[in-house]
Design a protein around this ligand. Structure first.
Ligand code: SF4
Ligand code: SF4
Length: 300
């Protein structure tokens, strides 16, 4: 089918109805995100939590932070209005697995009422190895891990610190822990048959030449897709933590890196468009119609 790229047939069968993967499906199915994960356990130099983790760094409207109960009410209200709703993503605006109780409670509440809805989770990977079993228990369609480097020296220029097991780590040590945990999480998820895609933020001068090595490492561990997203330079927010003067890549630079990874990248263009409270078909955003004040009090 059109848009299959380098995805193996068996994997394609599992994702072809997913609006974020199939050009075709995105005309017929809708997805939504709920912003139940405000906190993050690492700092990325490019972060802007107005959008979902790592997915977008344009300035924009701050999304509502929802409790799992509020999120479930919102999902039910949206599902009642948009019958094509097929996917619920939890991807931020912080890390979906740092405050994992909120994420899994949301899936539990929603899953009770809408057993056919598929879930997806996006994470920086630091907490991932602790939650592989729980993720596999839910109706998880796939997990996205943002992996920007496999070399701690390069990663140290992207992540100033991490918070791990009650302690803050910085520099190369922080980078080593994070990269080890990302690889461990990836391996264990794919071993369980969970589909894992990897997002990488292309940061000119930092990891552009390195993404080929990242691609090899993640494919060797079973990731089914590698999505390269451009760093979006934002004078108001993007330089806050140490990417001073770093510009976003040009479309030609993004394409050159995507091409060097062997195709398939066109499948993934949609994912980074997602706001933390995105609602609707891809390319449309109905989130303003489903703000908290407009939801019914009790579950529908
Ligand atoms: Fe921001 Fe995501 Fe990085 Fe956390 S992992 S600092 S939410 S971009
Ligand atoms: Fe999941 Fe990404 Fe699609 Fe959102 S845009 S539903 S995170 S695949």
């Amino acid at each position: 089918p059109a848009g299959q790229g380098d995805v193996p047939d068996a994997v394609w069968d599992r994702i072809k109805d997913h609006p974020c993967f199939s050009e075709e499906a995105h005309h017929y199915f809708a997805r939504m995100h709920v912003a139940v994960a405000p906190a993050c356990n690492i700092q990325c130099n490019y972060c802007n939590r107005k959008y979902d983790c790592a997915n977008e760094s344009r300035p924009g409207v701050t999304s509502e932070r929802l409790t799992p109960e509020q999120a479930a009410r919102k999902v039910l209200a949206v599902a009642a209005r948009i019958p094509q709703l097929s996917v619920l993503g939890i991807a931020g605006p912080g890390d979906a697995l740092f405050d994992w109780r909120r994420t899994f409670e949301t899936f539990r509440l929603v899953g009770e009422k809408l057993p056919d809805l598929k879930f997806c989770v996006s994470t920086n990977g630091l907490a991932l190895p602790d939650h592989v079993d729980e993720l596999a228990r839910h109706n998880i369609d796939h997990v996205t891990i943002t992996i920007n480097a496999i070399d701690p020296e390069i990663a140290a220029g992207i992540y100033p610190w991490i918070y791990f097991k009650g302690k803050r780590h910085t520099g190369i040590e922080a980078a080593r822990i994070l990269l080890d945990r990302q690889m461990e999480g990836l391996e264990r998820l794919t071993a369980k048959g969970v589909l894992v895609k990897v997002n990488s933020v292309l940061i000119p001068g930092l990891n552009d030449a390195h993404l080929v090595a990242v691609n090899q490492a993640i494919k060797a561990r079973g990731a089914f897709l590698h999505n390269v997203m451009p760093l979006i330079s934002d004078p108001a927010h993007g330089t806050r933590f140490g990417l001073d003067g770093v510009r976003g890549p040009t479309p030609a630079e993004v394409k050159a890196v995507q091409d060097s990874l062997g195709g398939g990248a066109h499948l993934m263009r949609h994912c980074r468009q997602c706001r933390a409270d995105a609602v609707g078909m891809l390319g449309e955003d109905l989130s303003a119609e489903f703000t908290l004040d407009k939801l019914p009090e009790a579950p529908v």
